[in-house]
Design a protein around this ligand. Structure first.
Ligand SMILES: Cc1cc2nc3c(=O)[nH]c(=O)nc-3n(C[C@H](O)[C@H](O)[C@H](O)COP(=O)(O)O)c2cc1C
Length: 308
């Protein structure tokens, strides 16, 4: 009998679905694969209205769930040998549809199952993955692999293109800027992960899968990004609390603070990022050994409390 794989995912633009299509492209005839999108009751539209985009930060950071459509009963009744869980990072956390699903009753579908996480994001995903590990521990899911596809352009370029994509809906290259998001070639090359996943599943050796995925380049991580992400997480937590003091999603009373956050984030990205990168570089020289340990940790699947 063919093994049965459930591919659960959320995607706003379709990018994550493209990545998952590629990863599974070589094993479609070898396994029975069900693709099931996780969909919010009120979808997030692309392009975003800037006000909506920034207003989504506090609840994303504090993991305050939105309403999600339930999984089909036929899927819940099915047995699966493996789950591939496609997610993305929003404001250094799992996207709100993903954290909402993971807090819902339907997340029990992951209980006792081996799960491979696949993230398609800009380039900052560490805290988001730590949160996923926490959810999986609570649910009783067994993380057996992690694949992360990022935009490999320099940080500032990927910020500019993600802004163009988010607010104008323009993913393709324009002017001097390249296309936004994960490079097409990297999405195509993700097909190389399919056969090892299938082999480890068929041979009942999922425990050794992640090691092979890492050897194949499933995760690239620059130590400097750990420093920048730690700073970002601390700041987003403060801002989320500050904005929520004035009300919930869309509350007119909090819009002043949301706008303040938006302006400061833009200043931080374009003015403070070069300074921040320089201080991060110095910190990197001083803490190289401990950061290299962190790189190993974040590439792995284990969970240790307090990494952020
Ligand atoms: C509201 C929002 C916040 C985002 N924040 C981050 C982030 O903190 N780190 C990151 O690497 N990418 C971030 N991204 C990029 C997403 O992770 C993702 O790559 C992009 O939205 C495409 O995903 P899709 O498959 O859902 O369309 C953000 C995107 C959105 C829409």
């Amino acid at each position: 009998m063919k093994p049965r794989i459930l591919v659960l995912y959320y995607t706003q633009s379709g990018q994550l679905r493209d990545i998952l299509n590629s990863i599974t492209s070589d094993i479609r005839d070898k396994a029975d694969i069900d693709f099931v999108p996780l969909t919010p009751v009120v979808p997030y539209t692309l392009p975003w209205k800037a006000s909506k985009f920034f207003d989504t930060m506090p609840e994303t950071v504090q993991h305050i769930p939105i309403a999600m459509n339930p999984l089909p009963e036929s899927i819940k009744a099915q047995h699966y040998d493996l789950v591939i869980f496609g997610h993305q990072t929003w404001f250094l956390n799992p996207s709100l549809p993903i954290s909402s699903f993971l807090q819902s009753e339907d997340a029990q579908i992951l209980k006792g199952k081996p799960v491979i996480t696949v993230n398609g994001c800009r380039n900052m995903w560490l805290h988001s993955q730590e949160k996923l590990k926490e959810y999986f521990l609570k649910i009783g899911a067994n993380l057996v692999g992690n694949i992360v596809l990022t935009d490999t352009n320099p940080n500032i370029i990927s910020v500019l293109t993600v802004i163009r994509w988010s607010f104008k809906g323009k993913k393709e290259a324009s002017g001097l800027l390249p296309a936004a998001g994960v490079q097409d070639n990297d999405i195509r090359r993700a097909s190389r992960f399919g056969m090892p996943i299938f082999r480890h599943l068929a041979e009942n050796k999922l425990g050794s899968l992640h090691k092979e995925l890492l050897l194949m380049g499933a995760i690239h991580l620059k130590p400097g990004l750990i420093i920048l992400e730690r700073r970002g997480v601390t700041n987003f937590r403060k801002w989320a609390k500050y904005i929520r003091e004035k009300g919930g999603p869309g509350a007119p009373e909090r819009q002043g603070r949301v706008t303040f956050f938006k302006r400061l984030l833009i200043v931080a990205i374009f003015i403070l990022t070069p300074i921040s990168s320089l201080t991060a570089f110095i910190q990197l020289q001083l803490q190289r050994r401990s950061l290299l340990n962190d790189v190993e940790y974040f590439k792995g699947l284990d969970y240790t409390e307090g990494k952020f």
